[in-house]
Write a protein that binds this ligand. Structure first.
Ligand code: F6P
Length: 379
């Protein structure tokens, strides 16, 4: 055990997902019970680190939060302290590097190590704080399950449960009204949520970003199904799905976020395309439902409670072992770690972290299994 460590801090950044509180609980409990560390929580992600908004945490702070979605420490996905948005009295906007203010705050609190829980934007800043000498440990977080170097992120399986339950629920209306029902799910440019959620929710068509779809192939599949006597169909469509030769559907652009494009709307696009291609043949009505933020919330499921606990406890073991500048990973069910820069890139060649996102293999087992049982990807 590293004797020099007395006090650690923790913050959550980016967008929320189920399991964050379970990670916080595991970090606090392991720190206090196993190593006797003190724990400070910064509130509101990097913004709290900058404004010195903090909470001295004890065992009571994490009591009763294990199952709850969200984060008791709050979070933000727009506070990059290395390029921080400042607005003067006249409303003029400028961007400044305020990371030294954050480092001063860590010194004020005598913090020896900082656990940063977040997605690629948050981890990119974690890498940069590590470069400035802060003892950082990163923990990956996203429902999208697209972080490289680790085989699964917490929050993903709980999100899958929401997708499966939603598809189950949509089946009843689809069946009763002989309709084609579409469920648009999240995932950005990775199709894991649509793929595994779609298989579990018994979708007839799954559209994912990794396999460009041809609307005629999708339509023919649905018409053939109708002609076989199945008068309803279910589609699970990833927000990042792309038509052959087309573009991803962007709902909004927010320049203050590291991922400035907010995806969404493809479910309605596909619905309209099917109204033109399928409805004239089968007469079926087509409806889209966008599942949205429900996927990120709710009670954390069994798998994610255990996974989050493993991630949190291992982060503190890494602090004790002096393994800084690294992100906790899980591979073959074993906790390990990799340098954060291996996950988000070095930032030196201008590469973007999303370029390295872990995406679905279009020729992989999961896609092939889905195809084996007659699910169409529109390819
Ligand atoms: O990365 C997680 C995620 O939920 C994506 O699936 C989705 O595209 C995005 O975040 C939405 O972000 P925001 O909270 O900014 O709308």
């Amino acid at each position: 055990m590293n004797k020099k460590i007395k006090k650690i801090a923790i913050l959550t950044g980016g967008g929320d997902c189920s399991g964050l509180n379970a990670v916080i609980r595991a970090v606090v409990k392991t720190a206090i019970l196993k190593y006797g560390y003190e724990v400070t929580g910064f509130i509101g992600g990097y913004h709290g680190l900058y404004t010195n908004n903090y909470w001295e945490m004890d065992m009571k702070s994490v009591s009763g939060i294990f199952h709850q979605g969200g984060t008791i420490l709050k979070m933000s996905n727009r506070d990059n302290l290395f390029n921080y948005r400042m607005v003067d009295e006249d409303g003029n906007v400028r961007y400044e590097d305020v990371s030294d203010v954050a480092i001063e705050n860590l010194k004020k609190h005598d913090i020896d190590a900082l656990v940063i829980i977040g997605g690629d934007g948050t981890l990119t800043s974690a890498r940069d704080f590590a470069r400035k000498g802060v003892n950082v440990i990163g923990i990956p977080k996203t429902i999208d399950n697209d972080v490289p170097s680790t085989e699964i992120t917490f929050g993903y399986r709980t999100a899958l449960d929401h997708i499966m339950e939603s598809l189950d629920a949509l089946h009843t209306t689809a069946y009763s009204h002989n309709r084609i029902m579409i469920l648009e799910v999240m995932g950005r440019h990775a199709g894991w949520l649509a793929l595994e959620g779609g298989i579990a929710g018994s979708a007839d068509v799954i559209l994912i970003p990794e396999i460009a779809y041809d609307i005629e192939k999708v339509s023919n599949h649905l018409i053939a199904r109708f002609n076989r006597g199945s008068h309803f169909s279910i589609l699970c469509v990833s927000e990042g799905a792309v038509p052959k030769g087309g573009e991803v559907t962007v709902k909004a652009v927010d320049k203050q976020k590291p991922d400035s494009e907010r995806l969404g709307g493809i479910g309605d696009v596909v619905a309209e395309q099917l109204r033109q291609h399928v409805k004239p043949v089968t007469g079926q009505d087509i409806r889209n439902t966008t599942l949205g933020y429900i996927q990120r919330g709710g009670v954390t499921n069994t798998f994610d409670r255990v996974l989050s606990t493993k991630y949190g406890a291992h982060a503190v073991d890494m602090i004790a072992g002096g393994k800084f500048g690294r992100m906790v990973t899980i591979n073959d069910d074993k906790m390990c770690s990799v340098p954060i820069k291996e996950v988000v890139g070095t930032g030196e060649t201008g590469e973007t972290s999303r370029g390295g996102a872990r995406r679905v293999d279009p020729n992989g087992d999961l896609v092939n299994t889905a195809k084996d049982i007659g699910i169409s990807f529109g390819d």
